[in-house]
Design a protein around this ligand. Structure first.
Ligand SMILES: *[C@@H]1O[C@H](CO)[C@@H](O)[C@H](O)[C@H]1NC(C)=O
Ligand SMILES: *[C@@H]1O[C@H](CO)[C@@H](O)[C@H](O)[C@H]1NC(C)=O
Ligand SMILES: *[C@@H]1O[C@H](CO)[C@@H](O)[C@H](O)[C@H]1NC(C)=O
Ligand SMILES: *[C@@H]1O[C@H](CO)[C@@H](O)[C@H](O)[C@H]1NC(C)=O
Length: 695
């Protein structure tokens, strides 16, 4: 992108840090010692590397200064997907993997991305004065893309302003103002995403929408982001966008429905303040005032009028995923994937380079283990995705392209996006991995206090050892869970960091605020790396479906509180009962088989057969028809519901509540009941995959 990018900077060279050098020297000394004292052993390590000393060894090779040096190299310049500087970052990651002796490859796609050309915002106040408002950031250095919303249409709107709080449907109802033809200003809040704010504004007839982050600090930052509906390349929905492959036209109805029809832009809180403080009309509703930091007392419309112009272009760009493969020794056709995206809106120190630095460090530490004779039982693949910020494009194209191999052979996908945003451990997962997460966090040292594990400080935090669920579409796990039905985990430290998607998301912010000693990075790599070691090496997969059954039961209970008598939840209750029974049986079988650690071939076959059943259960929750109106989303337990506020599980059932407001009572009940049946059948399928027998 000539118009927005400065000349490429090529300054990637990392010195090995002193600490990592010492670790390597120490390891070499130990090896030398064993070579001298155990000359008859042909393995480089005396005792076989078993799971527990392997894990200890992995943890002992951590180095905060090495991770810091990776992060510094990754954040030297912005690396927006599809631009020349991003290609430098790709080369850096690739050469890191290659220099460690890992087998690497790349997967290249052509996808429709979106970049800004120009924008302007002028406020006309009631006293006749007007002012041009700044749409750039003081921190925006060379090559930083100007603030914009990717995939926003171009447009020019002159209209009165209305403040709509978080821009949710209920905010418009509360407001009671006709916003038709107006420019609405919304603050970013909680779970209600950027795309949903734009979609809701459009539904309510607004002509344009401006969104700002109402944080306490960094009030001059602009939160960039995409406003596309659905995920993946819009021109190749459901298949991979490869050079020479099928690509829909820009005017195709399937493509058009992915983009908003009204232009939008991010604003800084400072700029938003200068507009909002001049509004008249009704006072801001009492309920909105609680956490409101902006100087807004009235909601409008007007009298302030804005002239807002945005010009952008959508264009085909080349994107590249990078992979490093560690081949499994006994089950090379079973895969454990660790993934993180590489592209960033700006310098991307938190988002995503903290995760990329963690991935690079895991590669370094795994290669030390390999040097000591470790051979993972299953194949491990480190994945570095491109164009996540444009709607998980790199990971989605790859999942679509590899759907059958992935679906039938992948044990789990472990995602890390913004590895470190601040203090506090957070994790989301599909429920069969809950027990493993609890076990692993007990083995990793807490980064912020002495003699305490991650598990213990997490337990003491608000909500205890709370594990979130992966129903959102805010990172690369989305395709794996919601399209391919692969057990997945997502890990991060801290949340809601104030410089999200702004030019302030730099190495300095990380070193001063996010992780001053880089120990939180160390903790993330510890948890991430150990989870993968278990999943790759444990002879029986560390899956627990009893916790999945409990979770489903919880959803059933919450649903029954929401529904009236007319809908029967009996089919759902029966399917969960069957699933719970299968889970209990599998758990007993697993415990028995775990005791038989012999190298007996028939035991190995039995373990492999059990593992296959454990691995395939998640696929049972997929439905070939997917969610109504959004067929790409196949998972009926976890996925985004179109009513963004209602439920974070059973998205099809949740959708049926929303859709059925405009139809007759009888049709409404039937529509909800049908969705309940579909979920019940999915749970039966999962239970039967777990039992592994035909009916
Ligand atoms: C692993 O090997 C170490 C010796 O290196 C031994 O002390 C330990 O008991 C072994 N652990 C397991 C789980 O086999
Ligand atoms: C809102 O205003 C528009 C245009 O001024 C009008 O067409 C529409 O009917 C109004 N909507 C309501 C609910 O009053
Ligand atoms: C709004 O601003 C744009 C860009 O500065 C300008 O071209 C346009 O004439 C303005 N519109 C009105 C109605 O003043
Ligand atoms: C690494 O951790 C140590 C101990 O907390 C600290 O003294 C050092 O400054 C850290 N290094 C970096 C680069 O933050």
């Amino acid at each position: 992108m000539k118009n927005i990018m400065a000349r490429p900077i090529n300054v990637f060279s990392t010195k090995p840090s002193p600490l990592s050098t010492w670790v390597v020297i120490l390891v070499l000394c130990i090896l030398g010692f064993y070579a001298v004292y155990f000359p008859r052993s042909n393995a480089p390590f005396p005792t076989p590397l078993n799971s527990s000393n392997l894990q200890t060894l992995f943890l002992s090779t951590s180095s905060n200064s090495t991770i810091a040096s990776y992060l510094r190299a990754l954040t030297l310049h912005p690396h927006l997907a599809g631009t020349e500087p991003a290609a430098d970052t790709t080369r850096y990651v690739l050469s890191h993997f290659t220099s460690l002796g890992l087998q690497t490859h790349t997967a290249t796609y052509r996808a429709l991305l979106s970049y800004p050309l120009s924008s302007s915002l002028t406020a006309h106040f009631s006293d006749g004065s007007s002012v041009d408002l700044p749409l750039t950031e003081p921190a925006g250095g060379p090559g930083v893309v100007q603030p914009y919303h990717a995939y926003s249409p171009s447009g020019s709107v002159q209209a009165r302003v209305v403040f709509v709080n978080y821009g949710r449907e209920k905010d418009y109802r509360e407001l009671g103002v006709n916003v038709s033809g107006c420019i609405v200003i919304a603050r970013k809040g909680g779970e209600f995403g950027r795309g949903a704010v734009v979609e809701t504004a459009e539904k309510n007839g607004a002509a344009a929408v401006l969104i700002y982050g109402d944080g306490e600090t960094w009030r001059n930052g602009f939160e960039r982001g995409n406003v596309m509906r659905g995920i993946g390349d819009p021109l190749s929905p459901g298949w991979a966008g490869v050079e020479g492959g099928e690509s829909l036209g820009l005017e195709d109805s399937e493509v058009l429905k992915r983009f908003p029809k009204i232009p939008s832009m991010p604003l800084s809180a400072e700029v938003a303040d200068s507009i909002l403080s001049s509004l008249g009309g009704a006072p801001v509703p009492l309920e909105w005032r609680g956490a409101l930091r902006s100087k807004v007392s009235h909601v409008g419309p007007g009298p302030t009028v804005l002239n807002f112009t945005y010009q952008g272009e959508k264009k085909m760009a080349t994107i590249q995923n990078v992979f490093a493969v560690i081949k499994g020794s006994e089950e090379p056709d079973r895969y454990v994937l660790l993934g993180n995206h590489r592209d960033a809106w700006t310098y991307g120190a938190v988002d995503p380079s903290s995760g990329t630095a963690a991935l690079l460090d895991i590669a370094r530490r795994y290669s030390i283990l390999l040097g000591l004779g470790w051979k993972p039982r299953r194949t491990i693949i480190l994945c570095s995705w491109d164009a996540e910020e444009f709607g998980m494009v790199g990971s989605t194209e790859w999942v679509e392209q590899n759907l059958i191999n992935l679906g039938s052979k992948t044990v789990a996908y472990l995602n890390v996006d913004c590895a470190v945003q601040g203090p506090g451990f957070f994790v989301g997962s599909t429920p069969q991995l809950d027990s493993l997460i609890l076990e692993v966090t007990k083995k990793v040292k807490d980064p912020d206090s002495e003699d305490v594990s991650v598990y213990e400080s997490w337990a003491a935090a608000d909500g205890g050892n709370n594990i979130q669920r992966l129903s959102g579409v805010d990172s690369d796990f989305a395709s794996f869970v919601q399209h391919a039905g692969i057990p997945s985990i997502d890990i991060y430290y801290g949340r809601d960091f104030p410089v999200y998607h702004t030019a302030f998301d730099s190495y300095n912010w990380m070193a001063e605020h996010g992780d001053p000693f880089f120990q939180r990075h160390v903790a993330v790599t510890g948890v991430w790396g150990l989870l993968a070691l278990h999943l790759a090496d444990d002879s029986i997969l560390p899956f627990n479906y009893v916790s999945y059954a409990n979770e489903l039961q919880l959803y059933n209970n919450r649903l029954s509180n929401l529904l009236d008598q007319k809908t029967s939840l009996h089919p759902l209750a029966m399917s969960i009962q069957e699933f719970a029974f299968a889970a209990k049986e599998a758990d007993d079988e697993l415990k028995k088989l775990r005791l038989q650690e012999t190298a007996d071939c028939s035991v190995d076959m039995r373990k492999r057969a059990l593992n296959d059943r454990l691995m395939l259960v998640e696929k049972g929750f997929l439905d070939a028809d997917g969610l109504q109106g959004r067929q790409w989303f196949k998972h009926l337990v976890f996925g985004p519901s179109s009513d963004h506020e209602r439920l974070n599980f059973f998205p099809g059932i949740s959708d049926s509540f929303t859709r059925s407001t405009s139809i007759s009572e009888g049709e409404r009940v039937a529509a909800i009941q049908h969705e309940v049946w579909r979920v019940s059948r999915a749970i039966h399928r999962a239970a039967s995959a777990l039992r592994g027998e035909f009916t």
